[in-house]
Design a protein around this ligand. Structure first.
Ligand code: HDE
Length: 764
């Protein structure tokens, strides 16, 4: 192959597309040096590109990067050409008859450029339009061969490349990241037995039980059709009208009204496969399985006031956070856990495992960790990778199979179908980001945008002209569906109906609410209050409160109070009067607080305020401490740029109080230095920084003279030594140096929030 490549006449306009790089424009007609193949990370032009290269897959396992190299383009040192490879002499002026004359129709260069531009956009996803993606790998802890023959789980240490896309659901492609919404958590495994897509969410249940209701749900939650409002929000009449009439959504509403719906980062949220799937082993034996992703960094969320403010200052908050974590080498990491249970066990549960509005409590079936996923490489091109990636629940591999969840059944149809419109035809599997890393051989042919050039005259099976190829793999190697027994009673026949247990709409909603900490319960009540107070039709609000009474009297009462309802409406009649008693009444694992993570501060952002005359030593020491632990400490001044510190040395503010507001940071440090503090006190932004940090329960470290800034900001505290402990997240550095106080601050930062300070309504 190498000899052939060397002898090949070189197309000087496209060396990179062919996988050859010389770095400079080759001479026309030159041949290629096969040793100049692109390195793994081929399009790195940024200095810190090393963070993008990811880890090299061990020998013998498929690599994350190489398969896409053949289509990566790097124009370094190249001349501009048309799409036909014709070099363009002038890219500034259209072709005219005389400099002041009319433009000429024959200008094929202008016309090609404009025509392509006219067609740059494709339809956005009908749901999950806004998303951010990353490459990475999945590594298996131990062989799961007794349970499944699925390729990623066959050997300890086996690495399978993945591409992940996180998303919001309601908003359009250009909407904000910090909306109250479900987050998509879709993982494409490029396994050596074909692609497997685990298309999940950051919540383990869903609004509806049957695919038949999905278009109604989506129509109800999307911006209202007459005026196309609101964007990226569920706080409007049509959504609450629908869900208040669909009590099966109550459990999911609890999750969506909890802080899970406003994650701090994609790196700090869980992911769930939602439906019950099946594992199938070599012997064809199958068990049920539920998939759980747990972030190593812990589950951390925003608070609502913060999320609202962030959406104005940085609508790309989560996208930026993901990008920066990966660029800086703080790779988001998640552990994959499985809940495995048999059909016989499932038959005994108080709920139906085919019902996507139900969880299997961890106390009933423990989660077994089976591997980890690391996201270590940003895409090279958003459109080519993140926008064109097509996740399909139908894409499973031998060893993974479906359950009869009626919601899943609809999804198996929907995802392939939607890509045909969105990506312009049935060949979307050939787009590089979607193509498997294993060869594809079948007799499907033609269609829009076909890339493969099939050889020979045989496009049917059976055949003798091609020696019978490609031939059936057979049960030992190919995909075989589980011959699951159908539980329908003979006399039922074809029906449009649901199993009885599906009608228990409230038991697990109660379980979720009861399993939250008081702070989380408070946030849930506040969220219902906020959303329902945006609803303009009183009857909808009342119906929702009537339904909530079946889940929690306490919650219904709090929400009703918040909505100024004088009397509670009578509880909504239940579909199932006497549901089976639940196995567990509380599941502490359902609280966000149950997963504090590895205790590290990786990826956190801290604002260190500075101004001319600042005592810089302690600030710079703390900045170094933060950097050493993977956090980012940014010097934020009244203006960006260099300024003299108290010692006369220059320090450089890389952000300003105006361009990076305080709520974008996880922690705040106020400096010492009389002159600097006086300057900060003059700037109204400083008090906003402090008030927001305080209100959002984030840690604040105060050096010396800055104490006066706290009182100036109107904080309801006088700081004495008892508050220097860090328990409240308010730390005063007594001696003006970073040392001990710095340590206390790092600990407070690792705790994420200090909800002891929470007040409703907020005092500042
Ligand atoms: Fe989706 N969903 N969905 N969904 N979904 C789509 O597919 C659909 C459901 C989820 O990053 C669409 O490619 C139906 C549950 C994610 O590209 C569409 C039903 C869960 C993503 C579609 C559901 C999800 C989608 C739109 C009910 C959690 C984004 C564009 C029967 C387990 C994937 C597209 C990405 C996207 C249909 C319910 C997760 C229209 C019919 C439950 C993460 O095909």
């Amino acid at each position: 192959v190498q000899a052939l490549a060397a002898a090949m006449p070189h197309n000087p306009t496209k060396p990179f597309e062919h996988g050859f790089a010389s770095g400079v424009a080759p001479q026309p007609g030159a041949t290629v040096d096969p040793d100049s193949r692109l390195p793994g990370a081929s399009t790195l032009s940024e200095e810190n590109g090393s963070g993008k290269t990811g880890s090299v897959a061990p020998e013998g396992v498929n690599s994350t990067i190489e398969p896409l190299d053949r289509v990566r383009v790097d124009s370094t040192g190249q001349m501009l050409t048309t799409n036909q490879g014709v070099r363009i002499a002038d890219n500034q002026n259209s072709l005219k008859y005389g400099v002041r004359g009319p433009a000429l129709l024959e200008d094929f260069i202008l016309r090609e450029k404009i025509t392509h531009f006219d067609h740059e956009r494709i339809p956005e996803r009908i749901v999950h339009a806004r998303g951010s993606g990353a490459h990475g790998f999945f590594e298996c802890y131990e062989p799961l061969t007794d349970l499944t023959r699925a390729a990623p789980f066959q050997e300890a240490g086996k690495v399978t490349p993945v591409f992940v896309r996180f998303s919001t659901v309601q908003g359009e492609r250009g909407s904000k990241d910090t909306a109250r919404d479900v987050r998509g958590f879709a993982v494409k495994f490029y396994t050596d037995e074909g692609n497997w897509d685990l298309v999940g969410n950051n919540m383990p249940v869903f609004f509806i039980q049957d695919a038949m209701k999905f278009p109604d749900l989506v129509h109800a939650v999307k911006p209202e059709p007459h005026h196309q409002m609101p964007q990226a929000a569920s706080a409007h009449d049509t959504f609450w009208d629908f869900v208040s009439l669909m009590p099966e959504s109550t459990h999911m509403l609890m999750w969506v009204m909890s802080d899970r719906a406003i994650p701090r980062s994609f790196a700090t949220m869980q992911g769930f496969g939602v439906h019950t799937f099946r594992f199938v082993n070599d012997a064809g034996e199958s068990v049920f399985v539920k998939f759980h992703w747990s972030p190593v960094a812990g589950t951390h969320s925003l608070v609502w006031d913060e999320a609202v403010k962030i959406s104005g200052a940085d609508p790309d908050f989560h996208r930026r956070d993901l990008w920066e974590r990966i660029e800086s080498g703080n790779y988001p990491e998640y552990e994959l856990g499985v809940q495995v249970f048999t059909e016989e066990q499932a038959d005994q549960f108080s709920f139906d495992i085919l019902d996507a509005t139900k969880i299997v409590p961890e106390e009933l079936v423990p989660i077994r960790p089976v591997g980890r996923m690391v996201l270590n490489r940003n895409p090279d091109n958003f459109f080519a990778e993140t926008e064109q990636v097509a996740f399909c629940t139908a894409q499973v591999i031998p060893g993974i199979d479906f359950s009869n969840d009626p919601l899943l059944a609809g999804r198996i149809h929907s995802y392939v179908d939607t890509q045909i419109t969105r990506l312009g035809g049935p060949n979307f599997h050939e787009i590089p980001i979607n193509a498997p890393v294993v060869p594809v051989h079948n007799n499907q042919r033609d269609g829009f945008h076909r890339q493969a050039i099939h050889r020979g005259r045989v496009n049917y099976e059976p055949n003798s002209l091609a020696g019978g190829c490609p031939f059936q793999a057979g049960a030992a190697q190919g995909f075989v569906s589980v011959p699951a027994r159908i539980q329908a009673k003979e006399e039922q026949g074809k029906v449009r109906a649901k199993p009885e247990k599906f009608a228990d709409h409230y038991t697990q909603a109660t379980l979720f609410y009861e399993s939250q900490t008081p702070v989380e319960q408070c946030h849930i009540a506040e969220a219902f209050r906020f959303e329902l107070s945006k609803v303009t039709v009183p009857a909808i609000r009342e119906r929702m409160v009537a339904s909530l009474r079946n889940a929690s009297e306490e919650l219904a009462k709090k929400v009703a109070d918040g909505l100024g309802m004088v009397e509670l409406p009578p509880p909504m009649p239940r579909a199932l009067e006497q549901p089976a008693p639940p196995e567990v009444a509380k599941s502490p694992a359902l609280s966000l607080m149950a997963r504090p993570g590895d205790g590290s501060i990786k990826g956190r952002k801290v604002a260190l305020l500075v101004a001319p005359g600042v005592q810089a030593d302690a600030i710079l020491e703390l900045q170094a401490t933060l950097a050493a632990q993977g956090a980012v400490g940014r010097l934020v001044g009244p203006r960006i740029g260099p300024m003299p510190s108290a010692s006369g040395d220059l320090i450089d503010a890389d952000a300003s109080l105006e361009n990076e507001p305080g709520f974008l940071f996880d922690g705040l440090v106020l400096p010492d230095g009389d002159e600097a503090v006086a300057a900060l006190a003059q700037d109204g932004h400083t008090a906003e920084f402090i008030r927001d940090q305080f209100r959002h329960c984030k840690p604040i470290l105060v050096f010396g003279a800055s104490r006066m800034l706290l009182s100036q900001a109107g904080l309801p505290l006088s700081l004495d030594k008892s508050q220097a402990q860090g328990g409240t997240g308010l730390i005063v550095a007594e001696d003006g140096t970073g040392g001990q106080a710095g340590e206390a601050f790092v600990q407070a930062l690792a705790m994420h929030r200090h909800f002891g300070r929470q007040m409703d309504p907020p005092l500042v």
